[in-house]
Design a protein around this ligand. Structure first.
Ligand SMILES: Cc1cc2nc3c(=O)[nH]c(=O)nc-3n(C[C@H](O)[C@H](O)[C@H](O)COP(=O)(O)OP(=O)(O)OC[C@H]3O[C@@H](n4cnc5c(N)ncnc54)[C@H](O)[C@@H]3O)c2cc1C
Length: 425
C-alpha cells in the first residue's frame, strides 16, 4: 500500500491551503495527497461573496480577533503565522490580482470566485500535490493513538503518517460539506460541541412583518432583547437589513445571528427597529407635527409618505391604531406619540434561526480544548490535524471566515511539514 507523508481530507479553502503550506515548507518531493469527495475542488469557495469571494479583510491584523465573537485567542498563532496581508500576497504571487472594497473587504479584481480556486489549483499542481476527486473518506485509521491511514467509501485505503481533517462545517450541504469530519473526530475520541447554523436569517412571528418582504432599509439601528429581561440588550447594531417571506435577513441580522445564537436556541427574542436613528424622539415628534401641519386637511394615510418606505406604511398605520381615513388635524398628541414610539422601537418577535441550508457558517465543531493552537494537531491522536470550519470557530462576515480557513490550514500544513523534515534529518 502506498504511504503518504500527509493525507488532507477536503479540497476546500483550508484543505488546499494546508496541502500547499506542507509542500512549500516540507522536504522536496514529500508525498502529499488531497482527497475530495466532489468532482472538483472548492465548491463552497465558488459560492462565497455572492460568487465574488470576499477572501479576507484588509484590516490591521489585530482587528481580525475582534471579528471572531468567541474563542478568538485560539487563533493567535494561526493569524500571526499567516496573516491577512500574507493571504493577499499569496494570491497576488499566484497570479490573481485583488482589490479592496467598503469595510476593507478583499475580492479578486475580476470579481470571480473561480479565480481564487484557479490560483489554489495552479499552486497545488506546481508543487506536485496529488488530488483525487470522487474520493469520499469514510474512516480514519488509527493505531495506538496515532493515525496510520484513511479508508474511502469505495473501500480503497491509503496509509498516511499524518491526516488532516478539513471537511468544513455542515451548511450548504450541496457543496460537499455534510459534517463528515465531526464523525471521524468523534470516533477517535474527540468532542464535538453543539452545532448550530450561524450567519443566518431569522424567522419572525408577526404576519404583518412578512407583508414587508422585499423591503431593505439601509440605515436602521436595531436592538435584540430577551423577553424576560427586557433591560438586557443582547445585540445592538446599525446598518442594512432585509425583510423576507419568512422574516428578517440582511448583513445586520446575519451578524446578529452569531451574537444571539445561544439565546435564541432557548427562547424567542424581541427585535426593536429604530427606523429614524439619526434623530431623537423629540425631533421626530416635531418632524411629524410639522408634516401634519402642512397637510392639515389630508387623511392620515396620505400624510406620511415622505417619512417611511411605501411597504412599511400600511403596517405602521395598522399598528398605530389610527384610522387611515382620519384627518391629520384630528390626530391626538397621544396618537402621535404612539407613532413616534413605533418608529423608534418597532417590535418584532424573533422565533428562531433558519436552518443549515441557509447558513453561511456552522457554529460549533471540534472542541478547541483538544487541539494544540500552535500546531493544529490533536492533543489526543498523534499525526491528526484539523483546519477550517470543522473546528469550533466562526467569525462575522467581511472575509474573516475564509481568513480562519487560510490561517489554520497554513499553520497545520506547516507543522505537519516540520514533522516530515525532522523525521528525515
Ligand atoms: C453562501 C456562502 C457565502 C460565503 N461567503 C463568504 C465570504 O464571502 N467570505 C468568507 O470569509 N466566508 C464566506 N463563507 C464561509 C466560507 O465559505 C467557509 O468559512 C469556508 O469555505 C470554510 O472552509 P473549509 O475549507 O473549512 O470548508 P469547506 O470550504 O466547506 O470545504 C470542505 C471540503 O471538504 C470536502 N469533504 C467533506 N467531507 C468529505 C469527505 N468525507 N471526504 C472527502 N472530502 C470531503 C467537501 O466536499 C469540501 O470540498 C460563505 C459561506 C457560504 C455558505
Amino acid at each position: 500500500m502506498r504511504e503518504f507523508e500527509l493525507v488532507v481530507i477536503g479540497a476546500g479553502a483550508a484543505g488546499m491551503m494546508a496541502a500547499i503550506s506542507a509542500a512549500k515548507n516540507g522536504i522536496p518531493g514529500a508525498q502529499i495527497l488531497v482527497l475530495e469527495r466532489n468532482e472538483k475542488p472548492g465548491k463552497k469557495i465558488y459560492i462565497t461573496g455572492k460568487g465574488r469571494c470576499n477572501l479576507t479583510n484588509a484590516c490591521e491584523t489585530e482587528e481580525l480577533f475582534l471579528n471572531v465573537p468567541r474563542q478568538a485567542k485560539f487563533l493567535y498563532s494561526a493569524f500571526y503565522t499567516f496573516t491577512n496581508d500574507q493571504v493577499i500576497s499569496f494570491f497576488e504571487e499566484a497570479g490573481m490580482k485583488t482589490k479592496i472594497e467598503r469595510g476593507n473587504r478583499v475580492f479578486p479584481q475580476s470579481d470571480h470566485s473561480s479565480d481564487v480556486i484557479g490560483a489554489l489549483k495552479r499552486m497545488m499542481d506546481r508543487l506536485g500535490i496529488l488530488v483525487e476527486y470522487h474520493a469520499r473518506v469514510r474512516n480514519i485509521i488509527a493505531t495506538d493513538d496515532a493515525v496510520s491511514g484513511v479508508e474511502l467509501e469505495n473501500g480503497k485505503t491509503y496509509a498516511a503518517k499524518r491526516v488532516l481533517i478539513a471537511t468544513g462545517g455542515k451548511s450548504y450541504q450541496a457543496t460537499g460539506s455534510t459534517g463528515d469530519g465531526y464523525s471521524f473526530a468523534k470516533k477517535l475520541g474527540h468532542s464535538v460541541t453543539v452545532l448550530r447554523p450561524s450567519l443566518v436569517p431569522f424567522n419572525v412571528a408577526e404576519a404583518d412583518v412578512i407583508r414587508m418582504q422585499g423591503l431593505a432599509p439601509k440605515n436602521v439601528r436595531v436592538q435584540i432583547l430577551d423577553h424576560d429581561r427586557p433591560k438586557k440588550i443582547l445585540f445592538e447594531g446599525f446598518g442594512e437589513m432585509l425583510f423576507t417571506h419568512f422574516g428578517v435577513s440582511g448583513p445586520l441580522m446575519l451578524t446578529a445571528s452569531s451574537v444571539v445564537n445561544d439565546h435564541i436556541a432557548e427562547k424567542t427574542l424581541t427585535l426593536l427597529i429604530d427606523w429614524k436613528p439619526a434623530i431623537s424622539e423629540e425631533q421626530l415628534d416635531k418632524r411629524i407635527l410639522s408634516d401634519f401641519e402642512e397637510n392639515q386637511n389630508r387623511q392620515f394615510k396620505n400624510a406620511l409618505s415622505g417619512l417611511v418606505p411605501a411597504k412599511f406604511l400600511p403596517v405602521l398605520m395598522e399598528r398605530s391604531g389610527i384610522s387611515p381615513e382620519k384627518k391629520v388635524n384630528e390626530i391626538t398628541r397621544e396618537e402621535r406619540h404612539g407613532l413616534v414610539l413605533l418608529l423608534k422601537a418597532f417590535a418584532i418577535t424573533l422565533t428562531g434561526l433558519r436552518d443549515f441550508n441557509e447558513a453561511i457558517i456552522t457554529r460549533g465543531g471540534i472542541s478547541l480544548k483538544e487541539v494544540n493552537p500552535s500546531t493544529m494537531e490533536s492533543k489526543l491522536i498523534t499525526g491528526l490535524y484539523f483546519a477550517g470550519e470543522v473546528l469550533d470557530l466562526d467569525a462575522f462576515t467581511g472575509g474573516f471566515n475564509l481568513q480562519i480557513a487560510w490561517s489554520t490550514g497554513y499553520l497545520a500544513g506547516l507543522h505537519a511539514a516540520e514533522c516530515f523534515c525532522n523525521e528525515n534529518t
